[in-house]
Each structure stands twice: as structure tokens, then as C-alpha cells.
Design a protein around this ligand. Structure first.
Ligand code: PMP
Length: 365
């Protein structure tokens, strides 16, 4: 099957094989070795010397951990949203009692640092929360610039890098990002279950002051247990086995090579889609190299297209979320992805599109 959704992604075969191992004691020396190795590998992928914790939860759990370990009820925060996942960050902040100011940008566009600068200047914000790569629209935000603006206004930068980090550049130390979250089922080529979160000194200072309720996701507990080679609670041991192997593969491929591969495949996807005569949702200049959002042509039933792709061409695409439901379909291209996967997907589209009433452009290869 050609699983072309933006996560869970196809796992590395080696990672799946590693998961068939028998359980081990999560409070024993063997797990301690794995935890230390995986944590250090994750730090390399985050490009950080900061603490990184691996939590047994999905990406949303990691986002929640970021919020509750840094903020107190009543804190003013600026939530910059360019799509469904930006909205989710704001919802989490609201749920825990932060005073949320939402700065929305049109879906399909990136956040404008000048507008964020203006919004931050107009209030006194403890933090700016932002999505690095908005999976629902296929747009990558100018995170480096946004973090610079937040720092200028003394606001923490809290980043959802769930569908970016490990696939496209997100150098945490170089961009001085305070708290960053990502998830295992995206670029890391392993199943869902692990969220990774980094905190710098400013993040820890915020932790000391933060009063939102926390228990399972208390990063102070995670830190004290990590010092003993443990996690506070029973971890998803099998996924740790997978992550151990996948990290070895990633580090031997090399981060720069991984980024170059995603950039190449992102560009290839966009070129082939346009050659079919289809339109991209995002502007090329901000289009994501991990997921491409394609407009469903006028008069075409997007759900029917995805059904035909799945049932007749063994290719699984993602639909649109929230306001974009039925208006776009999305092609995931992160993790263990090759050019051949994309060419096969576009070939399938070429056959499926006429069946839903759209004739691909004559020039399509
Ligand atoms: N943020 C982004 C940018 C995502 O792409 C996702 C997953 N699609 C999430 C957050 C949520 O992650 P999860 O579904 O693992 O909770």
C-alpha cells in the first residue's frame, strides 16, 4: 500500500522488526541504555543541547505538555494560527485557563512576522504559540523570524513541530526556540506513541513559575527519572525499540541529507501535481516539504476520489480538515519516502481523476 497521508507514515522495515522483541523491564539497565541512546539521538535531530524528554503520548499530548509545563491560568498568550493545528494549540491553552489572543491567518497562507510583531507589541504576552508546519494546509511558517519577533517582546516561543522536525530544518538552538514538540509517527519512521519535547533555560524558568495542573506530563518528574535512566510511567517500550533503530538509520543518512531528500520530494510532488493541471492550496514560497495540499477541482467529489485511489489503486490520501473538508486532498511525503512513492501516487491520480470527471492536462507525463 502507498500510504500517502501526513502521518502515521510508513515505518522503516527495520523499526517494525525491532518491535517484535519481547518486553524488558522498564526499570532495568537495558531500558536505561535505550532511553539514554534514544534521548541523545533525539537531541541530535532537534539540533539542541537542551533537555529533551520522550513522553508516551501522541503529538497532541506533547502540545498539552508544552502548555501546562510553561503557563499559569490567566497568563496572556498569543496563539498564531494558520490552520487546524494552530487552532488546536489555542484550544489547549483555553482549556487550561490561559487568556488567549488568537491571530489567524488565511488557511493556505503563512503567518506574517510583521503582523505577529504588531500583535505582540499591542499586549503583554507570556508566550507565543505557533505551528511550524501546518499539516492541515501544507504550509511551513517562517519559524526563525517568528521566534525572533517573540524574543524581542520577551514572549516564550512554544512550537508545534509535529510534522516538521526530523524532516525539514528546525534547528532548535540556532533559532533559540524555547519549547518544541514533535511526534514519532511523522518523520521518524516509527509508529505513533512517542512525543518528544525540548526545553531551554527560559523554558525551565517558566516551568518553575507555571501553575496549570500537571501530573502525567510533569516535565520536572521526567527530568528526575531520566537522570536514573527511567521514565516516570510505563513507556511504550516497543516503540522505543523502533525509535532506537530508526534513529540509527536517520543519523547514518545524515540530517542534511534527510532535509535535502524532503526538499527534493516536496518540489517533485508540487511539480507533478501542477503538471496534471491541478492547483495547489499553498503558495510555492511557503509550501511544505512534508505534505502537499491540492485543491479538489470544481465539480469533483473529493471523497469519491480518495475512495477510488484507496480501493482501486492501493494509494491512501488524506482529505481536508475542518473548513477545508471536501475542498482539498493532501499527499503526505515525510519519513521513509522516496521519489518512486510520489511518482506512483501521481500515476494513480492520473488514472483516478478522469473517473471523477476531471481530465488531467494533456502534457502530464
Ligand atoms: N500538530 C501537527 C502539526 C500535526 O500534524 C499533528 C498530527 N497530524 C498534531 C499536531 C497532532 O498529533 P497527534 O495526532 O499525534 O496527536
Amino acid at each position: 500500500m502507498n500510504l500517502r497521508i501526513p502521518g502515521p507514515t510508513t515505518c522503516a522495515k527495520e523499526a517494525l522488526e525491532a518491535m517484535s522483541r519481547q518486553m524488558i523491564n522498564h526499570r532495568g539497565p537495558e531500558f536505561a541504555d535505550i532511553l539514554r541512546r534514544v534521548t541523545s539521538g533525539a537531541q541530535q535531530v532537534f539540533q539542541t543541547k537542551n533537555d529533551v524528554f520522550i513522553l508516551t503520548t501522541s503529538g497532541t499530548g506533547g502540545m498539552e505538555a508544552a502548555v501546562i509545563n510553561a503557563l499559569s491560568p490567566g497568563d496572556s498568550v498569543l496563539c498564531v494560527s494558520i490552520g487546524a493545528f494552530g487552532d488546536r494549540f489555542a484550544q489547549i491553552c483555553e482549556t487550561y485557563g490561559a487568556k488567549v489572543t488568537k491571530l489567524d491567518f488565511e488557511w493556505g497562507k503563512a503567518a506574517d512576522p510583521a503582523a505577529v510583531d504588531k500583535a505582540l507589541a499591542a499586549g503583554s504576552y507570556k508566550a507565543m504559540l505557533v505551528t511550524h508546519n501546518e499539516t492541515s494546509t501544507g504550509v511551513t511558517n517562517p519559524l526563525k523570524e517568528l521566534a525572533e519577533v517573540a524574543r524581542k517582546h520577551n514572549a516564550l516561543t512554544i512550537v508545534d513541530a509535529v510534522s516538521s522536525l526530523s524532516a525539514i530544518p528546525c534547528p532548535v538552538d540556532e533559532w533559540d526556540l524555547d519549547i518544541v514538540v514533535t511526534g514519532s509517527q511523522k518523520g521518524w519512521m516509527v509508529p505513533p506513541a512517542l512525543a518528544m519535547i525540548s526545553l531551554n533555560e527560559r523554558g525551565w524558568k517558566a516551568y518553575e513559575e507555571a501553575k496549570m495542573p500537571r501530573f502525567y506530563f510533569d516535565l520536572g518528574k521526567a527530568k528526575s527519572y531520566l537522570e536514573r535512566g527511567q521514565t516516570p510511567w510505563t513507556p511504550a517500550i516497543s516503540v522505543f525499540f523502533a525509535m532506537d533503530v530508526a534513529l540509527e538509520m536517520m543519523l547514518s543518512e545524515g540530517l542534511q541529507n534527510i532535509f535535502a531528500r524532503h526538499a527534493r520530494i516536496g518540489a517533485l510532488t508540487r511539480r507533478l501535481i501542477k503538471e496534471l493541471g491541478l492547483e495547489l492550496l499553498a503558495d510555492e514560497s511557503v509550501a511544505s516539504d512534508t505534505v502537499t495540499a491540492v485543491k479538489v477541482p470544481e465539480g469533483v467529489d473529493g471523497r469519491e476520489l480518495n475512495r477510488i485511489m484507496r480501493e482501486d489503486y492501493d494509494t491512501v490520501l488524506a482529505g481536508g480538515q475542518a473548513a477545508l473538508q471536501g475542498k482539498i486532498f493532501r499527499i503526505g511525503h515525510l519519513g521513509a519516502v522516496t521519489e518512486d512513492d510520489i511518482v506512483a501516487c501521481v500515476d494513480a491520480l492520473k488514472k483516478a481523476l478522469p473517473r471523477v470527471g476531471f481530465a488531467p492536462a494533456a502534457a502530464a507525463p
